[in-house]
Each structure stands twice: as structure tokens, then as C-alpha cells.
Design a protein around this ligand. Structure first.
Ligand code: ZN
Length: 107
């Protein structure tokens, strides 16, 4: 039994557990019973554990990819460069404000 992730709250712990189990890794959430109904307790008592130590390395790799990939999808401020005029644009623009060229991949 190895701890792989400390979650900020129970839903996050269960998200990680569900992700790992969808990849065939048996995971256990510990500590959630401490937070339910007891708002005074610290919120960081929720953690995810790998039942089989042999799966830990693979679980860790998957989890890093999962967490960083999820962060990248949420990151909306990514810059892009207009293919026509070379203007650098903020991620929220779907077309170049200078020449009107749409961002690659958008219609
Ligand atoms: Zn442009």
C-alpha cells in the first residue's frame, strides 16, 4: 500500500481513484470519512493509495500525465501566432485581430 496523491478534497480524490481504476490499477481513497460532517478538520486529509505496490510506478506515470494534461486543457490563456501576419495573440482570440485570419483548427 503506497500513497500516490494527496487531494484537496474528497471529489478530487475520487476523480484520481476513478482514473486509476479505469487504467486497471486498484486505488483506495483514505481519510474522507474524517471530513464528512466535520468542517473544522483540515481539508488535506484525503489521499489516494495504490493497493498493489507493483503498480505504483505505472500509476504514478499515468497520474502525472492525467494531472498535467487536465491542467493544459483548462489553460485558456495559451498564446498563438497568426500564420499570415505573425502577430502574437492571446489564447481567448479565435481569429487575428489585426488581419482577421482564423486560428488554425478553428472554423
Ligand atoms: Zn494576422
Amino acid at each position: 500500500m503506497k500513497q500516490i496523491h494527496v487531494a484537496k478534497h474528497a471529489p478530487e480524490a475520487h476523480l484520481v481513484k476513478g482514473f486509476l481504476e479505469s487504467n486497471g490499477i486498484t486505488a483506495v481513497v483514505r481519510g474522507e470519512f474524517l471530513t464528512s460532517g466535520w468542517g473544522e478538520l483540515p481539508a488535506d486529509v484525503c489521499s489516494v493509495w495504490i493497493a498493489d505496490d507493483a503498480q505504483f510506478e505505472r500509476a504514478n506515470e499515468l497520474l502525472i500525465a492525467f494531472l498535467t494534461g487536465g491542467a493544459a486543457r483548462e489553460h485558456r490563456g495559451r498564446h498563438w501566432r497568426c500564420p499570415r501576419c505573425g502577430e502574437e495573440l492571446e489564447g481567448q482570440f479565435t481569429a487575428c485581430w489585426k488581419c482577421g485570419t482564423p486560428r488554425a483548427g478553428e472554423s
